[in-house]
Design a protein around this ligand. Structure first.
Ligand SMILES: [Zn+2]
Length: 412
């Protein structure tokens, strides 16, 4: 405990002069109880700000000398209670920085305390690591790594694909950052499958850190590429006709192109007939898309990568001109990703445990934009994944529900 002897206050600083109350102290080196006074020493500790002013405690601690002369005889200082000695601050200030860092910028906190932003960042990081060490996120059987666009940056959401929970957040789509994340997963050998988009760094990290897990190119990423190809064709077709033609003949084209043939209404089927005559690029795009989408139907009989490659070739092989150009990225990606793409079909666990859709996961980007307007990534990540303060005892978690996260932020 401290006993405050007097207090000075200026416009910006409150300075409390305090004495560390004496107790009996053993020598920390030899445990001898025979110790004697050896002067004193002042240490300035930072405490929580009050009334917008920086608070300093100038603590006077006694210096003591071990009297166990022949053996030890060392000098030491009376310990400072409730102090985070590493940073010369009180423990409650350290806790305060851990809490404030979640909701305010490090710059603002540093300004309040009149200390360097780097110190705030460091103390906050320590607090976060402490909370993390009390918490164990259980490893998913099927882990999905999904790139999430946030303003100019690309983050990677780590998702428990079976439960639809967020289990991690990586600040960059880079192999080093992803490897560090994967290496930190508790019981990581339990991860059996990793659902991926066509991201080279993610595949490299998985192969390096989780060599026994099966990486696979997941369905919604492939279907997303199909949608992009179709949209590209549509955009070009519409650009090359007059507004009158668009309004008369291309009314529901966007809607039609998203659908499976079996779901088209009578009206849409006659529109498709008309496209065959007047806008063959559109009908070709829809038929090619149908061929690729069909690969994922349960009754399509695709058993492995070679069945899938044959079906792909049948769907897009004959495309020419405009369609060929827009489907090219899909074709070359699937060719380059042949192994992980095959894994999806060969492994029942990948097929059953993969993702059905990406839009809810990608909506996390909007949540991150909201949370992260001025915050450091570490604080945003902590807000999403960690409890607000150090829990009383360690606990396990299966991650945070993505639908709740996204609904809570009013995104969906
Ligand atoms: Zn001693």
């Amino acid at each position: 405990m401290y006993k405050v002897s007097f207090c000075e206050e200026s416009d910006t600083v409150i300075r409390l002069h305090a004495e560390v109350l004496a107790g009996t102290h053993d020598c920390p080196f030899c445990r001898s109880r025979e110790v004697g006074a050896w002067g004193q020493r002042s240490v300035t500790l930072l405490d929580m700000p009050r009334r917008g002013k920086r608070v300093e405690i100038v603590a006077t601690a006694r210096r003591l000398r071990c009297k166990n002369k022949g053996v030890c005889g060392k000098l030491f200082q009376q310990p400072l209670p409730d102090t985070s000695e590493h940073h010369n601050m009180t423990k409650r200030l350290r806790r305060w920085i851990g809490e404030q860092g979640r909701v305010r910028t490090f710059v603002a906190i540093a300004r309040d305390l009149q200390i360097a932003e780097a110190t705030v960042r460091q103390v906050f990081g320590d607090c976060i690591r402490e909370i993390e060490s009390a918490m164990r996120i259980l490893p998913p059987t099927v882990l999905a790594l999904v790139n999430v666009q946030v303003h100019q940056a690309c983050r990677v959401a780590a998702v428990n694909a079976e439960l639809g929970t967020l289990v991690g957040l990586v600040d960059k789509d880079e192999a080093a950052a992803l490897s560090a994340y994967l290496a930190d997963i508790y019981d990581r050998h339990k991860v059996g499958f990793v659902s991926l988009g066509p991201s080279g760094p993610a595949l490299a990290a998985v192969e390096l850190v989780l060599p026994d897990a099966v990486p696979f190119l997941d369905k919604p990423h492939v279907l997303g590429m199909v949608d992009r190809a179709v949209r590209g064709v549509r955009r070009t077709v519409r650009r090359d006709v007059t507004r009158q033609v668009r309004d008369k003949h291309l009314l529901d084209d966007g809607l039609i192109l998203e659908q499976r043939l079996r779901d088209l209404s009578g009206e849409h089927l006659s529109a498709l007939e008309m496209w065959r005559a007047s806008f063959p690029a559109l009908s070709d795009a829809l038929e090619a898309a149908e061929g690729v989408r069909r690969i994922y139907d349960k009754d399509a009989g695709i058993r492995d990568g070679s069945d899938a490659a044959d079906a792909l070739a049948a769907a897009v092989g004959g495309l020419g001109g405009l369609c060929a150009t827009h489907f090219q990225p899909l074709v070359s990606t699937l060719r380059a990703w042949r192994g992980p793409w095959s894994n999806y079909f060969t492994h029942a666990g990948a097929r059953a445990g993969g993702l059905e859709r990406l839009d809810d996961i990608q909506a996390i980007g909007t949540v991150l934009e909201e949370l992260g307007r001025s915050h450091a990534f570490g604080a945003v990540r902590a807000n999403l994944l960690l409890p607000p303060a150090l829990p009383a005892r360690s606990f396990s978690s299966r991650g945070v529900s993505i639908s709740r996260l996204v609904a809570g932020a009013g995104v969906v």
